[in-house]
Design a protein around this ligand. Sequence first.
Ligand SMILES: *[C@@H]1O[C@H](CO)[C@@H](O)[C@H](O)[C@H]1NC(C)=O
Ligand SMILES: *[C@@H]1O[C@H](CO)[C@@H](O)[C@H](O)[C@H]1NC(C)=O
Ligand SMILES: *[C@@H]1O[C@H](CO)[C@@H](O)[C@H](O)[C@H]1NC(C)=O
Ligand SMILES: *[C@@H]1O[C@H](CO)[C@@H](O)[C@H](O)[C@H]1NC(C)=O
Length: 364
Amino acid sequence: MKNLLFFLAVALLWRRHEAVVQSGGVLLGSSAILPCHINTNDRLSQITWQRTIKGKAPDDVFLTIQPMIGPSHSNGKDFRFEFIGNFNNKNGTLKFSDVTLNDEGSYTCIFSLFPSGKQSRNSQLVILVPPITNLMDYTPLEGNEEVPLATCTAAASKPKADVRWIKGSLEGKVREELKETQHANGTTTTWSTLLGKPGREMNGQLVKCVISSEATKEDILETNILVHYSPGEVKVTERSADSFECETEANPNATFTWTRAGQSLPESIKVEGGVLQFASKTSDLSGLYQCEAGNMFGNTTSYVFVRFSSESSVFCWVLFGLFVLSGAVGLLYLCWSGKFSDCSKRLPWWKEGPSGPGETNPLH
Ligand SMILES: *[C@@H]1O[C@H](CO)[C@@H](O)[C@H](O)[C@H]1NC(C)=O
Ligand SMILES: *[C@@H]1O[C@H](CO)[C@@H](O)[C@H](O)[C@H]1NC(C)=O
Ligand SMILES: *[C@@H]1O[C@H](CO)[C@@H](O)[C@H](O)[C@H]1NC(C)=O
Ligand SMILES: *[C@@H]1O[C@H](CO)[C@@H](O)[C@H](O)[C@H]1NC(C)=O
């Protein structure tokens, strides 16, 4: 029993000696310091470095440091290890440059001491790999089925990255779906997809993908959700007395086709985008005009009735005026010649005759 307690105490002390020096994570491709130092008055004859990593036999001795001789590589020369300590100070610290995923593992330096024997220090080398990030959107067609709207990817990260969304105005209308794959080299790829029923109101809405990983600071990618949809309601507005504009919402943008119902457009009418521009306002241009707004997903049509009564109506009023005048002259002649008895009744009517011609606004 006494013996067992003594053994346990020795074992605990030994473990204390072997205290793991956690060097934290080291970024892929950067340099790591592998610390190694001991405080003792014992005589030091050699420092031996060994490692246990994937793909190599355990406790693989890769460097020995001796007084006078200095450091010497063994089991293949790897010049990424640089001795930066000081043998006389019992400091066997190494600088390890350009670390790769294959270097991850346990690194131990062993002091050969007299008279106490061997003592060791251990470091765990953990490699951090920042994710390769990407945000992709799909531009679905408006519909009632749930489809992917955008996918955020954090590829080949170690440890695995955290991917989440800031959905903005789409909060509650879309959901996230997370997928992960672990690669043989120890990295993980994480995908998060935003799914929802693509509605035209979603088009252009901003969403953000937040990627956090131990290897880098937070990365925020953003995109505007894109939804394709055919033209909605087509509105025709009067821009001025002789110009009309056709407007609609569509993605991609609609193109507009103006026609005169049943006929091709008269040459004097100019069309620019959705705008119909009359060069003259003659009554022969009056009639029903049609604006068709269309994109590759459909088209919508609206009509406008244009009525011009300008120059032509002046001409009519003039004709009518002449007609009334000639009638009055005839009446006067009849009065004057005494062939009409109630002239006094008719003359006031002539005085109250139609006033000047007016321009009526086109109706639609
Ligand atoms: C051992 O050497 C390294 C590299 O020169 C140095 O940074 C470290 O402080 C030394 N350790 C001690 C305890 O002197
Ligand atoms: C790890 O493996 C993945 C998948 O094969 C690869 O895309 C990635 O580049 C690798 N990472 C490193 C650091 O080798
Ligand atoms: C589509 O129309 C809008 C509004 O008229 C305009 O701001 C935008 O630039 C157009 N897009 C393209 C690709 O033409
Ligand atoms: C407009 O839509 C109708 C019905 O979807 C189709 O028959 C017609 O060909 C379309 N017109 C154009 C110019 O795309």
